[in-house]
Design a protein around this ligand. Structure first.
Ligand code: MN
Length: 441
């Protein structure tokens, strides 16, 4: 686990004023990575760091001598089109050195010449276009919220909502990397087999029950060799950083296809991720104990159990989902808050997910994306998908302009946000993960 250190000091201020406002996602204590270019240009994409209302273009700062070669591998690799795998898998201490130097050049103590170099490499976020931050080789989605699993299970199996493996195994499935897209990409409603009438054969039609899932993703930094595993106490050394994930889901397709091998076409038509990758070091102040299991629950098996994980394996990250329909946009009605949940309610920690994934000798590779599964809490307003919020469509949601929703309709935009707050520390945010639904082809 990364200790809290001087980079988390809430008194650190930037000479970039927008980084010092109370509600910014990107104060100097955060410094998430992204890949961007200037919107509407044919410029090469490049590595940026979020600071206040700006993206800092890292490579020209390196060229101007603000970062040195040895310690700042991330910057050296930043002329590549996305976060470079060879840099991501380097010892995380290099990332920490990069963070320290970035704080120096952005802090109030930076000298005039440094500020001049930085100034000409700041691009306003609203003038930037964002691209996939990492080339994702493989994508795995877990199912780690016991509240989500219990809710969904009780719709399909009222007497036996949670299957017997749940408290032993971090359940997951192999998703599809090719359809992971960056926030802002429009999502075409999928078509598929629908068998809502149990007495008739299935029909191939546009999805009728389109849903989102509020999740958090993490990228693998350093991988492991085929045949080797990763111990729980080493797991986080393999995690490069976190982002927001929307695991778009076609519930009608899912209900018919999911047995016996799990989700397939109901999930792999699209998965959206937020553009900024928040580093493990930035998250250090917001680590909390792992989920407190009920007295009657089994303890995790030895390979999924450690004192550090128990004490600091959890993460206090608040997640919000907003919906804005086409009509709301036309009427200038603000996006409507659908739910607020928190990753501290996950039954398994991100370390346990990674360790479990590699426990059979599966080789995780730099750039792999893993996601937590829908993050839902105990209360009704913390349910992280429409399937739960509308109880499979039986309790439609009412929106501020009188519209109702069972599931997503064409033109709807789903907006996800995430942030960490704690007394004595600066609030840090993840930015946004957005997607608008287009009609089926
Ligand atoms: Mn999911």
């Amino acid at each position: 686990m990364i200790e809290i250190n001087e980079t988390h000091d809430q008194n650190l201020k930037s000479w970039i004023e927008s980084a010092n406002t109370a509600d910014t996602d990107f104060p100097i204590q955060n410094l998430p990575f992204c890949v961007f270019n200037r919107a509407g240009t044919y410029e090469n994409t490049r590595i940026g760091v979020g600071i206040g209302d700006f993206v800092l273009d890292v490579y020209p700062c390196y060229e101007a001598g603000l970062f040195d070669d040895e310690s700042f591998t991330i910057a050296v690799a930043a002329h590549n089109y996305c976060l470079d795998h060879s840099a991501m898998k380097k010892n995380p201490s290099l990332q920490r050195a990069f963070r320290r130097r970035a704080i120096e050049i952005l802090s109030k103590n930076a000298d005039e010449q440094t500020r001049r170099i930085v100034q000409r490499n700041l691009i306003p976020i609203n003038e930037a276009e964002f691209w996939m931050p990492v080339h994702i080789g493989d994508y795995t989605d877990f199912y780690c919220s016991i509240f989500h699993a219990t809710n969904v299970g009780s719709m399909f199996r009222p007497d036996n909502p949670l299957l017997p493996n749940y408290k032993y195994v971090p359940i997951g499935y192999h998703g599809r990397a090719s359809s992971v897209v960056i926030s802002g990409t429009e999502i075409t409603r999928p078509k598929g087999q629908n068998r809502s009438d149990a007495d008739a054969p299935p029909q191939f039609v546009a999805c009728k029950n389109l849903d989102y899932e509020m999740e958090v993703g993490f990228f693998v930094g350093k991988g492991n060799e085929l045949g080797e595993s990763v111990s729980l106490d080493e797991a986080e050394e393999h995690i490069f950083g976190l982002c927001l994930v929307n695991d778009w889901s076609a519930r009608d397709i899912q209900a018919w296809e999911y047995q016996p091998l799990g989700p397939f076409l109901a999930k792999n038509f699209a998965t959206s991720i937020s553009p900024f990758v928040v580093t493990m070091e930035a998250l250090a102040p917001f680590r909390v104990p792992a989920f407190k299991r009920d007295g009657g629950d089994p303890q995790p098996l030895d390979y999924l159990s450690s004192e550090n994980n128990q004490k600091f394996g959890g993460l206090d990250l608040t997640l919000e989902v907003y919906l804005q329909t086409e009509k709301m946009r036309d009427e200038n009605i603000e996006p409507f808050l659908l739910s607020r949940s928190n990753t501290k309610d996950l039954y398994w920690t991100i370390g346990q997910m990674l360790t479990h994934h590699a426990s059979n000798g599966c080789n995780l590779q730099t750039g792999d994306l893993m996601a937590t599964g829908t993050v839902s809490g105990d209360s009704k307003d913390s349910r992280g998908c429409l399937l739960e919020l509308t109880w499979r469509g039986t309790e439609p949601l009412e929106l501020p302009n009188g519209e109702t929703r069972r599931f997503l309709e064409d033109g709807d935009e789903v907006i996800m946000k995430g942030f960490c707050e704690k007394e004595g520390f600066r609030r840090i945010g993840f930015g946004e993960c957005r997607g608008v639904i287009l009609p089926a082809e």
